[in-house]
Design a protein around this ligand. Sequence first.
Ligand SMILES: [Zn+2]
Length: 282
Amino acid sequence: MQRELHCRVSETLWSALDERARSTGESVSHIVERALADELEVDHHSIFQVSTSGAVVKGVYTGCVSVGDLRRHGDFGVGTFDGLDGEMIMLDGRCFQARADGTVSEAPDDALTPFAVVTGFHADQQFDLPPVGGWADLCEAIDGLRRSENVFVGIRTEGRVERITVRAACRSVAGVDLVTATSTQAEFTLEAVAGTLVGFWTPSYARAITVAGYHLHFISEDRRFGGHVLDIAARGLVLSVHQETDVHLAIPETAEFLAADLRGDPGPALDVAEHGRPARQR
Ligand SMILES: [Zn+2]
């Protein structure tokens, strides 16, 4: 929920604000919000993540943080559920579970997640995206609007898609690696559906922690269709971005996580499991 704040400031402060907004392209309200959050020590532009992508690749699927806890750290994000039971889409504080049987339901607060990435989403900037004919097109369109290769970005789009293909991970026993577990994933394609893309762009230096590049989930406006996005064609999407400059990592204390061998680069396995193909070279 957003509140409106009206207040008087000096000419000097106003000029400085205006100057900052011009030079960075940020909105005045965003600069004020960030300054207030800093002064009041409120989390802002923070990602809260449960576990690591490397652990998921190795089959560490036991849930360790509840949806209720997750919601104290954000209102927007992606993830999965205990036992790799489908895809998580958190949007405007509601947490949805898209399962491999094609159903979407609201996850209760006591549902557990083994991996999730959430933030308190506020749009720093909005853009009208050009028509996109596929996943690579979408990535390229957003690439041109990001300010840096080195800052995490929350990504939200609204609009109607012409075609979208999503997957929903199938429940798997712990210890089955992610590539094997997602080789039997359910995939669904829908045409002409309104909805929201929810997710993040992550710098490649963080690939041992989370999914590098674009990681987007979709939920339809009627909340009956969703999943991890594999392909999309759309025109007229409106993109909102939220720069993330602070990352909090909650490391599971489950026996499974503590004993996992997390050495090595999970990147190549993630490219196959999350994009169904080797990632674009960036
Ligand atoms: Zn995903």
